[in-house]
Write a protein that binds this ligand. Structure first.
Ligand SMILES: Nc1ncnc2c1ncn2[C@@H]1O[C@H](COP(=O)(O)OP(=O)(O)OP(=O)(O)O)[C@@H](O)[C@H]1O
Ligand SMILES: [Mg+2]
Length: 333
């Protein structure tokens, strides 16, 4: 499809907090092709939810324009809403209704016939593992169970575009895996466009076709995870030495060979980010041996999206509260 299913130009939101302007989103430009799966990454307060809330018509933009499924988010809000599903970051109905009835009400709200709604509810109950809970009252579900219901609600009317704001936060690993199975399946079978935010970097890395990195209200990178990692980050080499003196001797040797800044992690450990780590490591080891500062521990790690963020901003997403696996300790040589 040539016309993008989501497009935004200069989309901006400025809030007034304590009588001072706070720009949450500063000129978002975006084109999304139908069927794409996009992940928004960025630290707390980057502007991810605000962007999504503007695209879903929940917040009026301060300036700029956006169209979703062919409709203007400012002037055709009802049309946009019919075409999309939205699962907000803090959703979770606290209702007195039972799970199955909640789904049927959602179907009715979107004008689905009773029979189609029942069939759809059963499908979602099955695929989001809600069968044991279908007759329970929503109020009494656990946080993760409610989250699964929220997602089922967003999917009831088979929207063309699905916006999910941190869908997997608070889910146990099994439920996260089920949820992703469902999202991927939905795309395969219905070609649904999925626009989501996550703090789980490995989810964006593994499942999204396109990753948008946001910081301070602006998109600072927009590409596939693989290209972002290979172009903006590099292989991370960690070298351990027997003494601080050896480590000190090694710093200029490593710096000269790699042309990169060498980080001193502690008295006897150095870290450097390089291109083509596997080819470089044996060369480095030889040169360090020759300089009488042989490394006794060595680790080579492929870059993560956290390294991408670090190289773009000088800050780590992990420090900003994002969940990433810890990198491996250097192993003995
Ligand atoms: N209703 C509001 N009134 C005032 N400021 C707001 C409002 N909503 C968001 N903000 C501010 O806008 C900025 C962006 O917030 P937003 O919720 O979009 O961030 P986010 O990227 O979704 O963060 P998180 O990862 O924590 O969900 C923050 O500085 C936030 O404090
Ligand atoms: Mg948010």
């Amino acid at each position: 499809m040539d016309t993008p299913i989501i497009s935004a130009r200069g989309l901006t939101k400025t809030f007034t907090v304590a009588r001072r302007p706070v720009t949450a989103v500063a000129g978002l430009d975006l084109d999304v092709t139908e069927g794409e799966l996009l992940a928004f990454l960025g630290p707390n307060g980057a502007g991810k939810s605000t962007s999504i809330r503007m695209l879903t018509t929940l917040l009026p933009p301060t300036s700029g324009t956006a169209r979703v499924a062919g409709h203007d988010v400012r002037t055709e809000r009802a049309r946009v809403r019919r075409a999309i599903g939205y699962v907000g970051q803090g959703n979770s109905a606290g209702h007195n209704q039972r799970v199955r009835d909640e789904l049927l009400s959602q179907g009715a709200f979107y004008g689905m016939a009773r029979r189609a709604a029942t069939q759809r509810a059963d499908e979602l109950i099955e695929s989001l593992d809600l069968a044991q809970l279908a007759d329970r009252t929503v109020m009494n579900l656990s946080g993760g169970q409610k989250r699964r219901l929220d997602i089922a609600l967003g999917l009831m009317h088979r929207p063309r575009v699905l916006f999910l704001d941190e869908p997997s936060t608070g889910l146990d690993p099994q439920s996260r895996a089920n949820l992703w199975e469902h999202i991927l399946d939905l795309r395969r079978t219905s070609g649904t466009t999925v626009f989501l935010t996550t703090h789980y970097l490995e989810e964006a890395d593994n499942f999204a076709e396109r990753v948008l990195v946001m910081d301070h209200g602006a998109v600072i990178a927009d590409d596939t995870a693989d290209r972002l990692k290979s172009e903006l980050a590099g292989d991370v080499v960690t070298l351990g030495f027997t003494s601080p003196e050896d480590a000190a001797t090694a710093v200029p040797v490593v710096g000269k060979r790699t042309g990169r800044t060498v980080e001193r992690l502690d008295a006897t450990t150095l870290r450097v980010t390089v291109d083509g780590g596997p080819a470089l490591v044996p060369v480095l080891t030889r040169e360090l041996d020759a300089a009488a500062a042989p490394p006794v521990r060595l680790a080579l790690r492929e870059p993560t999206l956290d390294d991408v963020f670090l190289s773009l901003t000088g800050r780590s997403l992990r420090e900003a509260g994002a969940a990433t696996p810890e990198h491996a300790e250097p192993a003995p040589v």
